[in-house]
Design a protein around this ligand. Structure first.
Ligand code: NAD
Length: 260
């Protein structure tokens, strides 16, 4: 299977390149980065600490032309360009912090091509989303607070995974809860039904999410800790193997894991 990686010089992209080059069943046909990157022309493999790999190239339709699957872990502006340049390849993207217009473009693309966009490619988080939906359905009166921690370089808050956990609460309760981001000042009594989000940023934390269900006299804490970015890379590559050759549609990691 031929794969192109967009964002290949980034933290996720380098790990992705190393994993693809280590797998005989996968061929890395393009490793794309920004057109103004000083790393253009450098060996994608060397950058990832392994041998081989194509030279880093600017994102373009020619670069993506030979790919069966394009994997994008870049930034929202990068994903916009990927969508401009994609031919008929299936798309896997983990890029987060997307504006509504980009999310709309992903939906439109899925009408004609295979698309899998996930805020978190860890299989553990996929299971956590299930648990949260079930727990909040069973405890409709519990107050839900979501706490997430990430490294200091993360650009968006709350994390895409925290928002996905909020959607799991909504799915569990069959409602659209008010989302409250942090609290300060005279907030008054906590209204029933809202979901609170709290984003901590610092150090090199890969990704931690906690969902509190706070009731009278007891509380439940459901959580997930990512110890290495490799877990997201392996999830994305599992999704890439699964999606290659599929027809149009908006797929999820639940589909890949056979949970749907
Ligand atoms: P990073 O900043 O290290 O890497 C992003 C890379 O994208 C950079 O090398 C940058 O040059 C490149 N890029 C930016 N604009 C581009 C463009 N127009 N064309 C081509 N390349 C472009 O970030 P990262 O930590 O690797 O994370 C990348 C994205 O993946 C972020 O949105 C992050 O939140 C997300 N992420 C998702 C998951 C998940 O499981 N879904 C896990 C980790 C990170």
């Amino acid at each position: 299977m031929n794969i192109a990686v967009v964002g290949a010089a980034g933290r996720m992209g380098r790990l992705m390149v190393a994993e693809i080059l280590a797998d005989d069943a996968l061929t890395l046909v393009a490793a794309c980065t920004r057109a103004d990157s000083p790393l253009l022309g450098a060996s994608s493999g060397e950058l990832a600490g392994v041998r081989g790999g194509p030279a880093l190239c600017a994102l373009s339709s020619e670069a993506l032309a030979g790919a069966d699957v394009v994997i994008d872990f870049s930034l929202p502006a990068g994903l916009e360009q990927t969508l401009d340049f994609l031919g008929d390849a299936a798309l896997i993207t983990g890029t987060t912090g997307l504006p509504a217009a980009t999310a709309d473009r992903l939906r439109a693309r899925a009408e004609r091509h295979a698309v899998l966009a996930a805020a978190n490619f860890s299989t553990g988080v996929t299971v956590l989303l299930d648990l949260v939906a079930r727990a909040t359905a069973a405890l409709p009166d519990a107050d839900v607070e979501i706490v997430e921690r990430h490294h200091r370089l993360k650009q968006d808050a709350p994390s895409g995974t925290a928002l996905a956990l909020g959607q799991a609460v909504a799915a569990g309760r069959g409602t659209s809860p008010a989302l409250v981001h942090g609290r300060s000042g005279h907030t008054g009594v906590r209204p029933r039904g809202e979901v609170g989000f709290h984003a901590l940023r610092g150090g090199d934390v890969v990704g931690e999410h906690e969902v509190y269900l706070l009731s009278q006299g007891e509380r439940i804490l459901l959580g997930h800790t990512a110890q290495s970015r490799l877990t997201f890379v392996q999830g994305a590559l599992r999704a890439a193997r699964w999606i290659a050759g599929r027809g149009p549609g908006r797929y999820t990691l639940r589909d890949v894991l056979g949970l749907s």
